[in-house]
Design a protein around this ligand. Sequence first.
Ligand SMILES: [Zn+2]
Length: 337
Amino acid sequence: MLASFIMSATPLQLTPTRLSGNQSCGTQPSGTQSFDTKSSGYIGRFAPSPTGPLHFGSLVSALASYLDAKATGGKWLVRMEDLDPPREQPGAASAILQSLDDHGLHWDGEVVYQSQRSHTYQACLDALLQAELAYYCTCSRQDLATMGGIYDRRCRNRQVDSNQVCSVRLKLYDLQDRFTPELIQFEDLIQGTQIHNLRTQAGDQILKRRDGFFAYQLAVVVDDIAQGITHIIRGSDLLDVTGRQLFFFELLDAPLPQFGHVPLAMQANGQKLSKQNHAKAIDSKLASRNLWRGLEFLGQNPPADLAYASTSALLDWALLHWQRQAVQGLGHLYQEE
Ligand SMILES: [Zn+2]
């Protein structure tokens, strides 16, 4: 198994009270076809947030997840993580899809939109609350700051009136009547062995925010389960949340996907290339050149004479030569043109 929960003597025993698959969590997204995965069994995905157009950093993540899936005959899905309307930019979702298409990164099946899946997330939340694996929390951002940024579970045993403004949190450790480890170890396909401490590095995670929106941590795992995702290749900014996500997969009694984290494109000032930092939209007119630079960034060593080939010729070469182990590091400097 990919993730082992490391505590010396006692084995992990979530089974007796963990949620079973038929308790509403992890159902097939509506409007999504199910795939016959007999060919390779691999199902990967790219899951952007429509907070801005595709930039070089997100192209690198898309390219890596696409190549890793397609090089082994797998499926590659796209899911739009549009759960945070205040941060979203009108038209960004369709612009991202157009960019992917322009770069020859064609996805399988229909795009899933998280904004259309609230009923599934609510059903999962209700099941977790019912099973006392989640609880209401009235703490504010200021309260969290006084705890040093890691939630100290102070609302776990408080009676909270759920009609007041509150968030819902998932219990990540010290679950009553069962063994729950704090340490989670897993093998990252690119970054190697990782050990995460759920108590000191994560704290009980918010599943539904005070403003009523579902949290990324809930939706991403529910959807990865629902879509049968087997491999998650994504940016290394999400490496830190992988331990808590693996715990959540286990709690929901779902098969664990394998994770691989690709390096981030960094600006000269050390900041991640991101929409928040106003990274430039990737220019589809330079699609081949963008792909070539993406391959180089991923350590794939594309031949110089392919720099001006068609996107399909470049991707054909990349699929034949894809080497996951050539991808190295958590971030590299990237100079925008
Ligand atoms: Zn609280």
